[in-house]
Ligand binder design. Structure first.
Ligand code: PMP
Ligand code: GLN
Length: 378
């Protein structure tokens, strides 16, 4: 049978996690914590289940949760989105990204995508009949080359997708980046899809700058976040999209036919637990300590550390060890050295290989120490 995505295989995250498990390697590949979410949060889920909240949630999300998202957004970014018309709870950020792209990209449209990038953007654009227009982030720091972006805009450009803090590089966009983007788009009807799932993981005193903080960008943006990242619950698949009313209306038309709604007891539990503001306010420090510990481990190895300003990922360059292709080296590292990582070429449409591996440091100190010991022998 003919395939709608003939060149797409199984996601690298699935492939590397399976390989890690097959070879009992320490899995620093797919991004997820190896520690549990807060106990009170789990208690809330079971409490709501026992209280009978086990049927469909409203399509747009539980009102309590949308209310809390609205308040948190005001507190963090100084803008209070309307829970009824601007916030939609989705089954993970993945669904929000899918719904946003499906809502606005038509056949023949172009969508600017900055590479390396998360693997779900381009396939969805293509399924809509659109074309991803790839612009590489500039080495060595993976900053956005806005002149390049400008050159790739055309009368067919429908949207640009940005991701800050950035998976897989850990790069963080500045206010100046956002100002430049806003200026570039002024006078056009180009939309922005801002993937901010790592919004609470920014280090060294830097601040996350959200598209929501920028009035001109906010008016044309879908801003996406994920409770999976913030609350150590990637398996719950709860995320959300914030967008102006007209865009939200279109996004919800997609959401109601992709999943219709998102798991009820998780939404209720998260709504209550969001009152615990310390949890997300302390997250930068929590993850910065893990990053620092992992970097210390890497400094005992032949890998070269590429500074990570955000996310729970750390890039390392291995050209001092071998000139093997990154996918081959990642496989060998898993099988022979017992540590799994993600080859960064997987985030480029043409598999650009700059000899980087991505390690996830959302792990206990024991896990990171054990991984460090293994990597030191490579
Ligand atoms: N965007 C980025 C940049 C991500 O790293 C992830 C998680 N891997 C997602 C979106 C998807 O988030 P969720 O697990 O909530 O679907
Ligand atoms: N976002 C996670 C990562 O980058 C993986 C999510 C997934 O497996 N789809 O590792």
């Amino acid at each position: 049978p003919s395939s709608k995505l003939p060149d797409v295989g199984t996601s690298i995250f699935t492939v590397m996690s399976a390989l890690a498990s097959e070879h009992q390697a320490i899995n620093l590949s797919q991004g997820f914590p190896d520690f549990n979410c807060p106990e009170p949060l789990m208690d809330l889920v079971t409490r709501y289940m026992h209280e009978g909240f086990n049927q469909y949630a409203p399509m747009a999300g539980m009102p309590q949760l949308r209310q809390k998202i609205s308040l948190k957004t005001e507190k963090m970014y100084g803008y209070q989105p309307d829970p009824d018309t601007e916030i939609t709870v989705t089954s993970g950020a993945t669904e929000a990204l899918n719904a946003a792209i499906m809502a606005v990209v038509k056949a023949g449209d172009e969508v600017v995508v900055l590479e390396p990038c998360y693997d779900s953007y381009a396939p969805v654009i293509r399924l809509c009949g659109g074309s991803p227009i790839y612009v590489p982030l500039a080495l060595p720091d993976f900053s956005v080359d806005w002149d390049q972006v400008k050159k790739r805009l055309s009368s067919r450009t429908r949207m640009i997708i940005i991701n800050t803090p950035h998976n897989p590089t850990g790069a963080v966009m500045t206010k100046q980046d956002m100002d430049t983007l806003a200026n570039l788009l002024e006078g056009s009807d180009i939309l922005v899809l801002s993937d901010e799932v790592y919004e609470h993981m920014v280090f060294d005193g830097q601040q996350h700058y959200s598209a929501l903080q920028h009035p001109q960008l906010r008016a044309r943006s879908f801003v996406i976040s994920s409770f999976g990242k913030t609350y150590h619950t990637t398996g719950w698949k709860v995320g959300y999209a914030i967008a102006p009313p007209q865009l939200t209306t279109e996004l919800r038309k997609m959401h109601q036919f992709i999943t219709f709604s998102t798991a009820t007891p998780f939404q209720l539990a998260l709504a209550d637990f969001m009152d615990e503001e310390r949890h997300y306010l302390e997250l930068p420090g929590f993850y910065q300590a893990k990053r620092d510990y992992f970097v210390e481990q890497l400094q005992q190895t032949r890998f070269e550390v590429i500074p990570s300003a955000g996310t729970y990922f750390q890039l390392a360059k291995y050209s001092g060890i071998t000139d093997a292709r990154d996918l081959d080296f990642a496989r060998r590292l898993t099988i022979e050295s017992g540590v799994a990582a993600i080859p960064v070429s997987a985030f480029y449409h043409d598999k650009t290989d700059n000899k980087y591996l991505r390690f996830c440091f959302a792990k206990s100190e024991d896990t990171l120490r054990a991984a460090g010991e293994k990597l030191a022998k490579v």
